[in-house]
Write a protein that binds this ligand. Structure first.
Ligand SMILES: Cc1ncc(COP(=O)(O)O)c(C=O)c1O
Length: 531
């Protein structure tokens, strides 16, 4: 407990010395700021705002990166339980927060567990900021979508311009941005020149599956047992990762096969080709001969960042051809460069019959696309394909999609995702060497997963507890990452920073994760000592 007149330490840029920032190496100061440190001026401002206290700044003699602030009595009355050496990032409960959460609890329907204990009022680039000026590095790109970071100036300009010119139209009325975007997408995947623009991933998968059913005449749909394709009708029926219980029957004719998992093989020693053959053998026994489509993510993200091994997609496509099924690839998260190529399927040289893009196509704004061949489009048209929605082919999101493609291509962001991803993965692997609670590091480009493993049988040392504790700690330190659980994997941290993140931001994320792991394990002295 602090007493009046005590001092609290706040991390500020060191820059190799402890004089005023102006006297330090500007490059070093800039690096520290990129790593999340506050400048001394910022820190004084934030601290006085948070505590309504006239804080006096004094530079620490013991460490170049710290400033000390004297606490007034008023500050102590407001913050009774501030420990002596907490980062300013840890100052969580301020009066406006409490009021906000009371209103949130009173009026918001929960849709997926607890809300995150950080309330951004602004987001820019790779960072989120709350109203006390605390910033959090966004290592999930929002909901795995903001490939250009937040509020990219060119996207902001595009939306500002578009909303004032051409926002939304009657669904059968076309506009230039829509045709331009369809053409731009077709240039990226010339084999799939027919495009329909929608809003969300679930909706676009719905359209893709309907298209496959109409064109094949079948109605059975197969997916992976760790899949996530959306929350609506058919998309939810093809989603096996979560959400199947409590809602009555799913669509008839839905089947799942296991996705290959090198870290947790279903049958150790059995290769993926044998597993795939076996799965299709089982499928053939259950099918009524009406198979319409297989829907797959090239990297199963919500399923625990499971990357399909090289060769798998080609084998899967062959299985589909043999049965007259269409292959639908859902590149909601992997599209637009995240995996190191514009689309993840490019690594395998396998073009699907239907490609579904969402999330990353709008870089965080609601935009999705269904792309297919001339032949499929013709058959669908002949049979009266109907997918008429309010926002189909809306001009404003189309303008955004066009700009996203332009930026991703112009700035070489797919290659950048590959390079940054290699750097990030290398460092995550070195964290794995140092922390026994990390069992596996996997993924491709800037879609990576860190799988936690139990340290022993103690419930507090389970993969679930450890991954939760690290994520919570990381958020306190200023890093937002996300844990997914599936089947045998009890805690996989998904790491998917914006493709525009700087090297310094990637390093900052690693530093923060490292610190979170260290601090979390410090609380488990018995385990730590045993290791
Ligand atoms: C691979 C994949 N497909 C589809 C969806 C559903 O997208 P939406 O939430 O936009 O409907 C998601 C959402 O997480 C996803 O990860």
């Amino acid at each position: 407990m602090l007493a009046p007149g005590d001092w609290i330490a706040v991390k500020t840029p060191g820059g190799g010395g402890y004089g005023p920032a102006t006297e330090r190496d500007p490059a070093m100061v800039e690096r520290d700021i990129a790593r999340g440190y506050y400048t001394d001026v910022e820190a004084v401002r934030l601290f006085t705002r948070t505590h309504a206290a006239a804080a006096e700044s004094r530079i620490s003699r013991s460490g170049s990166c710290w400033h000390l602030f004297g606490l007034s009595c008023a500050a102590l009355r407001r913050r009774k339980h501030v420990s002596k050496r907490r980062s300013i990032m840890d100052e969580r409960t301020i009066p406006s927060d409490a009021e906000f959460w009371t209103r949130a609890r009173r009026h918001l329907l929960k849709y997926g567990g607890e809300f995150v204990d950080f309330v951004p009022v602004r987001a820019e680039g790779a960072f989120l900021y709350d109203d006390a000026g605390r910033r959090v590095l966004d290592f999930t790109s929002g909901q795995m979508s903001a490939v250009l970071g937040h509020s990219h100036p060119e996207i902001v300009a595009t939306v500002r311009d578009g909303i004032g010119r051409l926002d939304h139209l009657f669904s059968s009325m076309l506009s230039r941005p829509v045709v331009d975007l369809a053409e731009a997408l077709a240039r990226l995947v010339p084999q799939l020149p027919k495009v329909m623009l929608l809003s969300t991933g679930g909706e676009a998968n719905e359209a893709a599956i309907k298209l496959a059913k109409l064109v094949t005449g079948g109605w059975e749909v197969v997916g992976f047992a760790q899949s996530w394709h959306g929350m609506t009708g058919m998309a939810a029926s093809a989603t096996y990762k979560a959400g199947r219980r409590g809602y009555g029957p799913m669509a008839m004719g839905c089947f799942a096969i296991p996705a290959p998992n090198a870290y947790r093989p279903r049958f150790p020693g059995v290769d993926w080709q044998t597993e795939l053959n076996d799965a299709f053998d089982l499928l053939d026994r259950q099918s009524t001969g009406n198979l319409a489509a297989f829907i797959a993510e090239p990297i199963l993200s919500s399923g625990g960042v499971i990357e399909l091994p090289a060769g798998y997609l080609a084998a899967l496509k062959q299985k589909c051809i043999e049965r007259g099924m269409l292959l639908i690839l859902d590149e909601a998260q992997t599209g637009m460069g995240r995996s190191g190529t514009m689309f993840a399927f490019e690594r395998d040289g396998v073009v699907p019959d239907i490609l579904v893009l969402s999330k990353t196509l709008g870089a965080g704004l609601p935009l999705a696309a269904v792309m297919t061949t001339d032949q499929i489009s013709q058959t669908a048209d002949d049979r009266g394909f109907l997918f008429y929605t309010t926002h189909v082919n809306d001009p404003l999101p189309a303008m955004v999609g066009l700009k996203v493609i332009e930026i991703v291509r112009r700035d070489g962001l797919a290659a950048r995702a590959g390079e940054l991803g290699d750097r990030l993965k290398r460092e995550l692997l070195s964290l794995k060497q140092r922390y026994p609670c990390i069992g596996d590091v996997r993924g491709r480009g800037l879609l990576l997963g860190v799988e936690f493993r139990a340290l022993d049988r103690n419930e507090n040392h389970s993969a679930r507890s450890l991954s939760d504790a690290v994520t919570e700690k990381a958020l306190r330190l200023g890093l937002s990452a996300n844990i997914v659980r599936t089947g045998g994997s009890d805690g996989v941290m998904r790491i998917a920073p914006p493709l525009t993140a700087t090297e310094a931001e990637i390093d900052l994320g690693l530093d923060l994760l490292d610190a979170a792991l260290e601090q979390m394990l410090e609380k488990l002295p018995r385990v730590h000592a045993a290791e």
